[in-house]
Design a binder for this molecule. Structure first.
Ligand code: XBP
Ligand code: MG
Length: 257
């Protein structure tokens, strides 16, 4: 097996994958920004689920306007107002995380530490704003990530593969030497389009998404004391995801291509 074929890096999505941040994090921060600006927009949990069809906060606001408040976009300064609302939303989101935080998904801390100790390189490929990632992750875990591709680093957000392509380029690795971790159909489309074998762990808003193409779909990464639920894929007798299992899955995906 040449070195290009051994597993060398893990690339993680953030929202929904490292932590379930949307309903009780991003949504609350959007609404706080709207209220602060004296606007009547208020995104309830069901509406927010529909708006998640579009990744990126600024893009999501624009999508909301197109369907619910088209007059907003008629204003000459609509783009600037969306930008300002988004900056306020980021401020609220960071404050919310600092105040109490949103817990990381089961198995995330364990697997990140184990993978780093085993010499695997770690990176992030997310649609969210960089400050949001730093606010979410405890500093000792954040420093394990060698590259962070986030927000407006690339022009086209997921489901376009661009953020994954950017991270692969930064790592100097081919997709066949990596695994991606995603929680949503848009994220999975992006990672697969970049050629990355992908493990899906579900999140609150993505339970009914189409995860065709993922090599396995799990409730979460699991812990020794709390096995994950397996929706699809072969756990090879394991109750949770560890580095050994990732290497086995990686070998399988490579030999199937
Ligand atoms: C999540 C997103 C983001 C967040 C909001 O993407 O789509 O837009 O909901 O973050 P991923 P911003 O799962 O790929 O991390 O408002 O900072 O865009
Ligand atoms: Mg996600």
């Amino acid at each position: 097996m040449n070195t290009q074929m051994t597993l060398q890096a893990l690339i993680f999505d953030v929202d929904g994958t490292l932590a379930d941040t949307e309903r009780d994090g991003h949504r609350i921060a959007f609404n706080a920004a709207f209220a602060e600006a004296g606007m009547s927009w208020n995104w309830d949990a069901a509406l927010y689920g529909e708006l998640l069809a579009v990744t990126g906060g600024k893009e999501r606001m624009r999508f909301y306007c197109e369907h619910h408040d088209p007059d907003f976009l008629e204003q000459a300064d609509a783009d600037e107002r969306i930008k300002a609302l988004h900056a306020a939303k980021t401020r609220h989101y960071v404050k919310l995380l600092e105040a109490g935080g949103i817990p990381l998904q089961p198995g995330v801390t364990r697997l990140l530490r184990e993978a780093h100790a085993a010499g695997l390189r770690l990176a992030i490929a997310t649609t969210t704003t960089p400050e949001n990632v730093t606010a979410l992750m405890p500093p000792d875990l954040m420093k394990l990530f060698e590259k962070v591709g986030a927000g407006d680093t690339v022009a086209k957000k997921k489901p376009a593969p661009d953020i994954y392509d950017w991270v692969l380029d930064e790592l100097g690795l081919p997709p066949s030497a990596c695994l991606a971790f995603e929680d949503s159909a848009n994220g999975l489309k992006a990672s697969l389009a970049a050629g990355l074998p992908t493990l899906v762990t579900e999140s609150e808003y993505t339970l009914d998404h189409d995860f065709s193409g993922a090599f396995a779909v799990l409730s979460d990464l699991g812990e020794p004391s709390k096995p994950c639920q397996v929706r699809r894929g072969d756990m090879h007798g394991k109750a949770f995801v560890d580095v050994e299992l990732l290497k086995t899955w990686h070998r399988e995906t490579i030999s199937n291509t």
